[in-house]
Write a protein that binds this ligand. Structure first.
Ligand SMILES: C[S@@+](CC[C@H](N)C(=O)[O-])C[C@H]1O[C@@H](n2cnc3c(N)ncnc32)[C@H](O)[C@@H]1O
Length: 214
């Protein structure tokens, strides 16, 4: 929607660090992020899903399309304008209505969420490459800590983004990017169960899926 694109551009200019993207995620990226929200064959129990940083709700639509009718979906969004947009969509958007009664919006930072409930799937849109290394570690720990044992967290990063940023950055920024790369690599080495390469997104993106073992 044109108004969502305008809102993204505005927030990209005003809150670059936490918005981290110039436009909402495209359909292919949204579908890849929803891979583990699709109920597994033979699933019997209701599941709890959390989306971190829904923005204008592009990925949320893909998650709703995959939800089992018994599943619930929590959204946690830090930004005032994005939270307002999600509230509007929950009230009026036909795409949100099938899950409306099973959705909750938390207008706060993900690290202020209560410890319970634990989630079966967490889908994160956080722009981790914009944060300090200590914040990236903290936010990843928080999200993994909110997963049930065996639960899956899915998140994305743009292809080659750290390398491209590093080329045009000074020493301090290059060190920060190296720290994030090392943090991510450790997480992926220990826990990654699947990855999707989404060439058709602008820019192309990797979607990582990691499982909490214990
Ligand atoms: C790159 S945008 C992704 C938006 C949407 N998921 C999409 O893909 O179109 C990042 C989103 O994370 C939100 N965000 C950033 N830091 C956050 C935090 N600590 N807690 C919750 N949301 C946060 C931003 O406000 C923004 O909505």
């Amino acid at each position: 929607m044109a108004s969502d694109l305008r809102l993204f551009l505005q927030e990209f200019r005003q809150t670059y660090r936490t918005t981290g993207a110039i436009a909402p995620s495209g359909k292919a990226l949204s579908r890849a992020l929803a891979r583990f929200v699709r109920p597994p064959a033979g699933a019997t129990a209701p599941r709890r899903i959390l989306e971190v940083g829904p923005g204008t709700g592009a990925v949320t639509c893909a998650l709703i399309a995959e939800l089992d009718p018994r599943d619930s979906l929590d959204l946690v969004e830090l930004n005032d304008r994005f939270a307002e947009r999600i509230r509007e969509r929950m009230a009026n958007d036909p795409a949100f209505q099938p899950a409306k009664a099973r959705m909750r919006l938390f207008h706060q930072s993900v690290d202020a969420l209560p410890d319970e409930p634990r989630y079966d799937v967490i889908v994160s849109g956080l722009p981790l490459n914009n944060f300090a290394v200590a914040d990236v570690r903290h936010l990843l720990d928080v999200m993994l800590g909110r997963l049930a044992i065996g639960g899956v967290m899915s998140f994305f990063e743009y292809v080659c983004i750290r390398g491209m940023k590093a080329v045009v950055s000074g020493r301090e920024e290059r060190e920060r990017l190296r720290g994030i790369a090392a943090t991510m690599q450790q997480l992926l080495d220990e826990r990654e169960i699947h990855r999707d390469l989404v060439w058709t997104n602008l820019p192309p993106a990797w979607v990582h899926h990691v499982r909490r073992k214990a």
